[in-house]
Design a protein around this ligand. Structure first.
Ligand code: UT7
Length: 316
C-alpha cells in the first residue's frame, strides 16, 4: 500500500504587505530585505482569519481538487505552531468545519518542518492500514507571534495554509516513495518563542540566531537530499522538481550550488509569500501544481525550529 497525493489546495489571507509598506519605525529597507532574503511581500492574517480558517479553506480546495467527499477522510494531520487555541487541536476545528465526524484529527508541532512531519505521520498510518484517506495540512499565522518592533525577525514571516489529500492505493512505484524526519533538541534555543503556556502563560514572540539557523539549514538540506537520493537509488539528475522550505533565497542558492542540481528544477517563491513556516512547502507545491501532478520525481526538504528537518520523495 502506498500513499498517493490526489489533491492540493492553498489559502492566503486577503491582506498583502510589501516591503515598502512596512512601518517606517522598523528602520529597514526594501533593498536590505530583498538582498538578504529574497522577500518582496508577505500575506498577513486580518480579523476573522486564523490558522483554522485558512486551513479549512485550503482543505476544501484540496478535497474538491481530489474529488473526495469530506466524509471519506479518516485522518487529519495538521502541522502548525500557531494553533487557534491551546486546545483543542486546530485539526479538530478543521475537521468540524469540513463536516467530518469520524477518524482522528490532531496537530503536529515541528515549526517550519510541520508539513513534512505531518506527511510522514499520515503516510505511516496509511502504510499500517490505519487510514485510507488523509488530509495533510501545513498552516501558520506567524504574524501573530512576531515582535513587530524587531526588524531582524518580523520582516521574514508571512501567513498561509496548504493541504494535500493522500490516499491509500495499491501502487508500487507511485506516490510517497520515502519520507524521513529528524530532530535535535540541542539546538532548541537557536530559534524559539520567548514564552509558552507552561512557562510564561502566553505565546511569546519569535527569537532567532539567524546565522546559526542559516548554516544549519544549508547543511541539513544537503544531507537530506543525499539521504533521499540514496534511499531511492537516484542521482541528482533524476530529480524533476525540488521544493525546499522557503526561509531565505540565499539558503536555497547555496543548496543549488552544493548539490549541483539544475536550478530550473528548484522552486523559489519566497519573494511572494516570505517564510510561511509549515505552509511554505504546500504553497510552493501549488505554484508548480501542473508539473507536480503531471508526473516525475518531486523532492521536498524542510528545516525548522527544534531543530527539526525532514525530506520526502514523491513520484507521480
Ligand atoms: O524557517 C526557519 C528557519 N529560518 C531561517 O532559516 C532564517 C535563517 N537566517 C537568515 O535567513 C538570515 O540569517 C537573516 C535573514 C535572518 C539575517 O541575515 P544575515 O545576513 O545573517 O544578517 P545579520 O543577522 O548578520 O545582520 C546583518 C546586519 C546587522 O547590522 P550590523 O550589526 O551589521 O550593523 C543587522 O542589525 O543587518 C541588520 N539587520 C537589518 N537591517 C535592515 C537585521 N535585520 C535587518 C532588517 N533591515 N530587517
Amino acid at each position: 500500500m502506498n500513499s498517493v497525493p490526489i489533491g492540493l489546495g492553498v489559502a492566503l489571507p486577503s491582506r498583502c504587505i510589501t516591503n515598502t509598506e512596512l512601518p517606517k519605525e522598523l528602520n529597514t529597507s526594501d533593498d536590505w530585505i530583498i538582498q538578504r532574503t529574497g522577500i518582496h511581500q508577505r500575506y498577513v492574517a486580518g480579523d476573522g482569519e486564523t490558522t483554522a480558517s485558512l486551513s479549512t479553506e485550503a482543505a476544501r480546495k484540496a478535497l474538491a481538487n481530489a474529488k473526495i467527499h469530506p466524509q471519506d477522510v479518516d485522518l487529519v494531520v495538521l502541522g502548525t505552531t500557531t494553533g487557534d487555541y491551546t486546545f483543542p487541536a486546530t485539526a479538530v476545528i478543521v475537521q468540524k468545519n469540513l463536516g467530518i465526524s469520524k477518524g482522528a484529527a490532531f496537530d503536529i508541532s515541528a515549526a517550519c518542518s510541520g508539513f513534512v512531519f505531518a506527511l510522514d505521520v499520515a503516510d505511516s498510518y496509511i502504510k499500517l492500514g490505519k487510514a485510507r484517506c488523509a488530509l495533510v495540512i501545513g498552516a501558520d499565522t506567524y504574524s501573530r507571534i512576531v515582535d513587530w518592533s524587531d526588524r531582524s525577525t518580523c520582516v521574514l514571516f508571512g501567513d498561509g495554509a496548504g493541504a494535500l489529500v493522500i490516499q491509500a492505493q495499491e501502487a508500487q512505484n507511485r506516490g510517497l516513495m520515502s519520507c524521513s524526519i529528524h530532530s535535535d533538541g540541542n539546538y532548541s534555543r537557536c530559534l524559539l518563542t520567548s514564552g509558552g503556556v507552561s512557562t510564561t502563560g502566553s505565546a511569546g514572540s519569535i527569537k532567532m540566531f539567524g546565522q546559526e539557523v542559516f548554516k544549519f539549514a544549508v547543511e541539513k538540506f544537503c544531507e537530506s537530499l543525499t539521504e533521499q537520493l540514496i534511499n531511492n537509488h537516484m542521482t541528482i539528475d533524476d530529480v524533476d522538481l525540488l521544493i525546499p522550505h522557503q526561509a531565505n533565497s540565499r539558503i536555497i542558492q547555496k543548496l543549488i550550488e552544493i548539490s549541483g542540481i539544475d536550478e530550473k528544477k528548484v522552486l523559489i517563491n519566497i519573494s511572494k509569500y516570505a517564510n510561511t513556516s509549515a505552509a511554505s512547502i504546500p504553497l510552493a507545491l501549488n505554484d508548480v501544481r501542473n508539473a507536480f501532478f503531471s508526473g516525475g520525481n518531486t523532492m521536498l526538504l524542510s528545516m525548522g525550529a527544534g531543530f527539526t528537518w525532514g525530506s520526502a520523495l514523491i513520484r507521480l
